[in-house]
Write a protein that binds this ligand. Structure first.
Ligand SMILES: [Zn+2]
Length: 236
């Protein structure tokens, strides 16, 4: 049966399955959303207060599940893209000469000789993202580095599948170019995290204290980034 769990960020729909033989409450998140298995005799109030205690976990898992439902890019005119946390529309037109793309009023305007060739469009858009990422990340890292009194030896882009940033013992910092799709405060967090490694090459409490100085909301940012991850990996 379909139920709604009241939650400050909006009700969470769930499917309740009860059994007289069951002794514990179990939760599962899959293609049909959240399913709760509970003993028949458990009252609804008790059950919902138990579920609310795990609300953070449920919201995270539902977010991850929803993000996985993100359809693959089709690379055609009208495609929705993300840039610095904003939705932008890819507007393709035909022009014999390949023109420079322009970001205008929520649209990425691009004239190409063959806008119907999805692989070429994909490659060009990714190149554009990488260029924008380099400019944005460099400025952000330089400003934060000055605040922290450190100086990275090099700033580069990465395209790792599992990491948003890295810092090595030579003082080189890499940020994943896909981050340029994310809201600025998330890029800020990853930049702060990697720069803090120039002072502490570990994840000790001392390290997190440095991150917190640059990014007081780092815990929320880390969580948000995890939720957004599948969406950001749609590109490239
Ligand atoms: Zn780290």
């Amino acid at each position: 049966m379909q139920h709604q769990l009241p939650h400050p960020n909006g009700p969470i729909p769930y499917c309740l399955k009860t059994s007289p033989r069951r002794r514990t409450v179990g939760m599962r998140i899959d293609d049909s959303g959240l399913t709760v298995h509970a003993p028949t005799r458990l009252g609804k109030k008790t059950l919902e207060s138990m579920l609310l205690q795990r609300a953070d976990w449920i919201v995270t898992k539902l977010g991850e599940w929803r993000a996985k439902q993100v359809p693959a890019m089709a690379w055609r005119d009208g495609e929705r893209l993300l840039f610095l946390g904003n939705e932008i529309a890819l507007c393709l037109t035909t022009d014999l000469r390949s023109r420079k793309p322009a970001l205008e009023a929520g649209r990425l305007l691009w004239a190409l000789p063959t806008p119907e060739q999805a692989d070429i469009v994909a490659r060009k858009v990714v190149q554009w993202y990488r260029r924008e990422a380099m400019v944005d990340f460099t400025r952000r890292i330089e400003l934060l580095a000055a605040r922290l009194g450190v100086a990275p030896s090099a700033i580069a882009l990465s395209s790792a599948r599992t990491r948003w940033g890295s810092c090595n013992s030579r003082g080189e910092i890499r940020l994943n170019w896909r981050l340029i799709q994310a809201p600025p405060h998330l890029i800020h967090y990853v930049a702060a995290h990697e720069l803090a490694h120039l002072k502490e090459m570990n994840h000790s409490p001392r390290f997190w204290a440095i991150v917190e100085r640059l990014c007081p909301d780092y815990l929320a940012a880390r969580h948000e980034l995890k939720t957004l991850s599948a969406r950001l990996h749609r590109l490239g």
